[in-house]
Design a protein around this ligand. Sequence first.
Ligand SMILES: [Zn+2]
Length: 204
Amino acid sequence: MTGQRIKEGDSVLPGERLGVIEEFLPGEGTFQDEDDIIYASITGLVHIDMKERKISVKGTTRKPIYPTRNDVVLGVIQHVTKKSAIVNIFQIEDQECPITFSGYLFIKNAAGGYIDQMRDLFVPGDLIIARVQQQADGLARLSTVGSRYGVVQASCSRCGEPLHLQGRRLECVECGNYEKRKLSQNYGKIPNSEPPTEITQSED
Ligand SMILES: [Zn+2]
């Protein structure tokens, strides 16, 4: 006796028997042995496609979400001092973080050249794309050197409306204000980049 039959939505572990070739085609997350028995190859949930008679397992174990070296992250500038900025990281390599991580951006890793003031590059509330240089003690050291990295979304510091790219500057069409940032080449083009609401209000 192998117990009850596997059905849609069942949670399975690697090596768990799912069925036989006579019943199903083995899909993603499965394998078959010489006896034509189909097993789960990953931990996940069973999906049975009745039309194609295919059984597959959708993985539920993702790689742990943690900023590690060379990860590309999305975050919101939380605080800016003369030489550094604190960033709330909420997305790592296209995966939303369950909690936000703190990132630290040093002025020498911000634009690649001499910069007098961090405030010339970033303003609290800016959405940025950055690369993790190093991760230690729960703090990710970030870099925004390179055309891919920098601000991808910003608001007018005078009236709060979204800023639009105008040449190499940002323009507020609402009040006519111009602002400068360390821009990413992807300014205004980052999809699914809505930061969680609790970290968007960080203007102070
Ligand atoms: Zn404005």
